[in-house]
Design a binder for this molecule. Structure first.
Ligand code: ADP
Ligand code: MG
Length: 553
């Protein structure tokens, strides 16, 4: 009986054991599964933190966290790239340690708003200081930082450096403003040219009937002189709006600077010393020497005015490569080799409010009669016209430095400007031919007609391209010369010219215009027209050109 009992209990134990074993196997599978999941989770965490590290390390923008009191807990390496401090130099210090003193209250207030009012900061512009002391303009985003229970423990922030972007934007705005003023000035100058044309033309006419002793002779001469000065002024405005033709040819920059130095030495007081530091030749640029002289003279005169107590005016030339990095931050510049003229004075300098406006026509801080405000606007127009670039740096009482860049021209010999002398009117300017004068401006027509008639020519005047064609069709055999304005409403001078040449291919036609004619158009009509006269023209020019085209008698 005892043995049976023993065997039964043995069987029972074995069953229990079997069950436990089964249960154990199950637990083991479960455990294995959990282990695998844990491993996977660990891998994911590893991946994630690797990704996070990569984000932090490679972000072009600064990412940081501040603790409850505003101390730095974390910054990514962008901080060092943008602001110069290593991570170790930042951690533990306070945000305001990197700001200008006057901004401290502002940043403290912002931080409190984020921490205590859960405010989110979006696109706030602010200045932080680089380790070298220079201010950097940054775009600032921030939000409260919370722990896993939702308790606020500080803030997270993002900073983007917009210093260069902001500079470019300002340059673009400035360039657009200058463009608009240029268009305006060009338009005014064009209308003025026609008025001055009439004024000086009528004065010429009256003078022809008077001798020097008659009453009114000197007054008329005065009118003529004044009209010429007016024409000079409109020419300056046209230079600024880049509507004035320039005759580019290879010239030596050093040579022009030396010439201007001689001119300046005669005109500025002895207390101002002029110092040249010119690089060795060649310094060849493709330029209009008259305009380059204008640039240098205008800068020289300004430097003189800025140094009433005397000082140093220095002009330096050097050759340099402007790379794409430089050109990216300076509007409308293309990378390449440039000559740089550094034009400095030790005078009174300017504050930023003045600096902003110096290139605008008629902006002056000088007393009436001393300044016209046109000098630097002319400089600006000329430099742009030559594919160059101008920069100005100045601080009150610290002097002024202009840097002007002109593209290097490597080939080509330096040529010499031919000198033309305007002679007094004489009998060789007379003629009997028939001239058709086409201009939409009545004053220009009237005065031209009178002058040419006075010198013996027969005149037909018309006010539009359409009327000119009609007349030309009927009378082309009698018309010896056409004076044709380009800018007219309606069909305009260009089409009129084409039609006339169809009627009479060897017609003699002179183009008169207040604006310069584009090079492309010039090439198109080269060889088919007899010449150009730029308005406003003096009567002698008109008469001489007319005679030249019609041939000597
Ligand atoms: P203007 O000389 O007739 O006033 P500009 O166009 O030449 O006209 O110059 C405009 C203004 O720029 C000047 O009135 C002056 O305030 C400032 N300026 C130009 N050059 C200098 C300089 N070298 N130093 C100080 N201020 C200058
Ligand atoms: Mg000036």
């Amino acid at each position: 009986m005892q043995r049976v009992k023993y065997l039964l209990s043995l069987a029972e134990s074995r069953r229990c054991l079997e069950k436990t074993k089964k249960e154990l196997t199950h637990v083991k599978t479960q455990l294995n599964k959990a282990l695998r999941e844990k491993q996977k989770a660990e891998e994911t965490i590893g991946d994630l933190s690797q990704q996070l590290r990569s984000f932090h390390a490679n972000s072009p923008d600064i990412i940081f966290t501040l603790g409850y009191d505003g101390e730095f807990i974390f910054v990514n390496p962008a901080w060092e790239r943008l602001l110069g401090y290593t991570t170790d130099e930042v951690i533990g210090r306070y945000f305001v340690d990197f700001c200008q003193e006057e901004d401290h209250p502002k940043y403290r207030r912002m931080f409190k708003q984020v921490r205590d009012e859960k405010k989110i900061l979006r696109d706030v512009r602010g200045i932080l200081l680089h380790k070298d002391g220079s201010p950097r303009l940054l775009n600032f985003n921030g939000a409260p930082n919370m722990d896993k229970d939702g308790k606020i423990i500080g803030m997270v922030g993002f900073l983007k450096d917009i210093t260069e972007q902001d500079k470019l934007q300002a340059q673009l705005l400035h360039a657009q403003k200058m463009e608009a003023i240029g268009v305006l000035a060009g338009g005014v100058a064009h209308d003025f040219n026609n008025l001055l044309q009439a004024i000086s033309g009528y004065a010429d006419l009256l003078l022809l009937d008077l001798d020097e002793k008659s009453g009114g002779f000197s007054e008329l001469q005065e009118i003529r002189q004044t009209a010429r000065r007016g024409a000079e002024l409109t020419k300056h405005l046209l230079t600024f709006s880049r509507k004035l033709e320039s005759k580019l040819r290879p010239i030596s920059l050093n040579h022009e600077i030396q010439r201007v130095r001689n001119l300046l030495e005669r005109t500025i007081p002895k207390m101002i010393r002029i110092e040249l530091k010119l690089m060795p030749e060649p310094t060849i640029i493709n330029a209009d020497p008259v305009q380059i002289e204008q640039v240098l003279m205008n800068l020289g005169v300004n430097a003189r005015d800025a140094m009433p107590e005397g000082g140093l005016l220095s002009i330096k030339t050097e050759r340099m490569v402007l790379d794409s990095q430089f050109c990216k931050t300076h509007l409308h510049l293309t990378p390449g080799e440039y000559f740089c003229i550094t034009f400095s004075d030790t005078g009174m300098g300017m504050d930023s409010h003045i600096l902003e406006h110096i290139y605008e026509p008629f902006f002056t801080t000088k007393k009436a009669r001393k300044g016209t405000g046109l000098g630097l606007s002319i400089v600006y127009g000329i430099v742009k016209n030559h594919g160059g670039y101008i920069l100005c740096e100045s601080k009150p009482a610290k002097g002024t430095t202009f840097k002007i860049y002109f593209p290097v021209l490597d080939q080509g010999a330096v040529s010499v400007l031919p000198v033309t002398v305007l002679r007094e009117k004489d009998a060789s300017l007379m003629g009997t031919e028939t001239i058709m004068l086409v201009d939409d401006d009545i004053k220009v027509r009237q005065v031209g007609e009178k002058i040419l008639k006075k010198f013996g020519y027969k005149m037909i005047t018309v006010s539009s391209g359409e009327a000119a064609l009609k007349g030309f069709r009927r009378k082309y055999q009698q018309i010896d010369l056409v004076l044709l304005d380009v800018n007219m409403p309606g069909m305009g001078g260009k089409r009129c010219l084409e039609e006339m040449l169809k009627i009479k291919p060897d017609a003699k036609i002179i183009i008169t215009t207040g604006y310069p004619v584009s090079d492309q158009y010039k090439r198109e009509i080269a060889g088919r027209i007899a010449g150009y006269i730029n308005k406003p023209y003096v009567s002698e020019t008109l008469l001489r050109k007319t005679r030249e085209v019609l041939g000597r008698r």
